[in-house]
Design a protein around this ligand. Structure first.
Ligand code: SAH
Length: 214
């Protein structure tokens, strides 16, 4: 696949649209400008890759809207070198955005087909993320604790293992809700392990399911 001037121009417009919708973090906007979203989509969607839409990525899953990706990434307030755990690698687009912002990324996906695809494309773009085929409810204990945790599927409840694997001083962003819509929950863990939670609006994600898919 190639990244043309036209694609770069379309991303510029997308960045402008995200600014108008309230995204302020320049590092996040730069990452949206830098990562070619059309690489993560089937060729039939290439033309629409830079509209603020979700698309099918296989295995019945969808890549998140660019606004959602930018919004969740902004909430993490990433610093270079932050260790980030992502649940729901999906296409690998959000993974690549996190890498572009300078995070050290660990990402888990329960659909083998998607894990394999992301494991090819993310390194192809020059990013080094550690990807795993597994159940995100369990987190990734051998690399814990994490400075930041981002969940990109709708969780019916707050998974205890993920909370445990969040560093004191850390931040987690997770859409909570069992139905079609979820509340974006921002969780901060202080040095004493005390949690502060805030609700930041309604979004619509594919569900966070248990175990790996067959
Ligand atoms: N971040 C992705 C979003 C993909 S949609 C992107 O940028 O494309 C959410 C993904 O979460 C889906 O691929 C789905 O298979 C995955 N998922 C659902 N439940 C999961 C679980 N328990 N563990 C890991 N991944 C899960």
């Amino acid at each position: 696949m190639i990244d043309t001037y036209r694609h770069k121009g379309l991303r510029k417009q997308l960045v402008q649209e995200l600014r108008e919708k309230g995204i302020k973090n320049e590092a996040v906007l730069d990452a949206i400008q830098a990562v070619p979203r059309h690489f993560f989509l089937d060729a039939v969607f290439t033309k629409q890759a830079y509209s603020n839409m979700a698309f099918q990525i296989g295995a019945g899953q969808t890549i998140s809207h660019p606004f959602t990706v930018a919004f969740q990434t902004e909430l993490l307030e990433l610093k270079k070198g932050d260790k980030v755990l992502e649940i729901g690698t999906g296409s690998g687009f959000q993974t690549s955005i996190l890498c572009e912002v300078g995070a050290k990324v660990f990402s888990i996906e329960r659909q083998r087909e998607l894990y394999l695809k992301a494991n090819r494309i993310v390194p192809e773009l020059g990013y080094t993320a550690k990807l795993k085929y597994g159940d995100g409810y369990k987190g990734w204990p051998s690399y814990a604790p994490f400075d930041k945790i981002i969940v990109t599927c709708g969780a019916p409840y707050l998974p205890e293992d993920l909370l445990e694997q969040l560093k004191p001083g850390g931040t987690m962003v997770i859409p909570i809700g069992a139905g079609k819509e979820q509340e974006m929950l921002l969780i901060k863990k202080d040095q004493d392990g005390i949690l502060t939670k805030s609700m930041l609006g309604v979004f619509s994600f594919v569900p966070m399911l248990k175990e790996t898919a067959k």
